[in-house]
Design a binder for this molecule. Structure first.
Ligand code: NAP
Length: 292
């Protein structure tokens, strides 16, 4: 059956809009998210436009700060410092990737962790690992909200995560191992140096894939009844779609779906839930739920 990101995200957006309306009624202000975008990467433009549209839909204020590719690292860090100091701003995101001359780690660490609604700052990652209140990275957060919505059993299950990026693979592996729900899994992390990945994926009760390789997981690599979460977003140009491109996951959906008990589609799965993770973090920041 489908883990339907469209259905869940619409439902949760309704709840978030309710939270924003309450803040507006009580304080006269809206939760405020600022996105910083450098350059004109097609994917980044699409993601940022979608984040801003979603903010408007739930009654948040959103602002976009744009730079050309030749912005210096110092200029960008200075802007982040300004945004940190602005009391009207609840959340700051700097869209990645950044041009090669800018160190993304420096920029991430410059963002005030109390406004780091992407959850990438080491303070938030460390607090997440300790099970303390924190902003959880948006995509892993969205995945946990999806599993919760469908009451997917996780305790005692073997969760295999393929990919170990800082923004998806590593944090979701920590979340799935934590002593909470969703969690309490035995977690295996696979990456590009893992020999015979199939040996591991075949053992998965829950399989989370985030590597960026179209249709990498094939039907012979999963067991019957597996729960599959496909994070992959592989864009290919297309003459058929209006946008001029088509999205593919990391999982061969057509052939894996018949064996899976639950599976996310691409598009319409994790991508929509990532936005929800970001909106939830921004609302929590406006409510001072994580940091006073
Ligand atoms: P990433 O930084 O691109 O890193 C890829 C990870 O996959 C690395 O850990 C790499 O291993 C591993 N990997 C690459 N090839 C592999 C192979 N053949 N076998 C096993 N492991 C392999 O990862 P990411 O940023 O998490 O992105 C992954 C995918 O998710 C992309 O398609 C991206 O667009 C998508 N994504 C989607 C969302 C969403 O909202 N749906 C959000 C974020 C990312 P090493 O560490 O050994 O190099």
């Amino acid at each position: 059956m489908l883990l339907d990101g469209k259905y869940v995200s619409e439902k949760l957006k309704g709840e978030i809009a309710g939270g924003a309306a309450k803040i507006l009624a009580e304080t006269g202000r809206k939760p405020h998210l600022v996105a910083v975008l450098v350059g004109h990467d097609g994917g980044s433009e699409t993601y940022v436009a979608s984040k801003i549209k979603n903010c408007e839909q739930v009654g948040f204020k959103s602002s976009l700060v744009r730079y050309e590719n030749d912005v210096t690292e110092d200029e960008l860090l200075q802007k982040v410092a300004e945004l940190n100091a602005d009391a009207d701003i609840d959340g700051i995101i700097v869209q990645l990737p950044l041009p090669k001359h800018i160190d993304p780690e420096k920029v991430t660490e410059k963002i005030d962790y109390r406004k780091d609604v992407d959850g990438f700052h080491p303070v938030n990652l460390g607090r997440m690992q300790r099970n303390l209140p924190s902003f959880i990275p948006a995509t892993p957060f969205g995945i946990t909200l999806m599993l919760k919505e469908y009451n997917i059993e996780t305790s005692g299950k073997h969760c295999v995560v393929v990919g170990r990026s800082n923004i998806v693979g590593s944090p979701i592996s920590i979340l799935m191992a934590r002593n909470t729900y969703p969690g309490n899994c035995t977690v295996t992390i696979c990456h590009s140096r893992t020999p015979d990945i199939k040996n591991f994926t075949l053992q998965a009760d829950i399989l989370i894939v985030a590597i960026g390789k179209k249709n990498f997981i094939t039907a012979d690599m999963v067991k019957e009844g597996v729960v599959v979460v496909d994070v992959g977003m592989n864009r290919e140009t297309s003459t058929v779609t209006k946008s001029g491109f088509k999205l593919y996951g990391d999982v061969d959906f057509e052939n894996v779906a018949p064996k899976a008990s639950w599976i996310t589609p691409v598009p319409g799965g994790v991508g929509l839930m990532t936005i929800i993770g970001l909106l939830r973090n921004t609302l929590a920041s406006a409510n001072k739920e994580v940091y006073k």
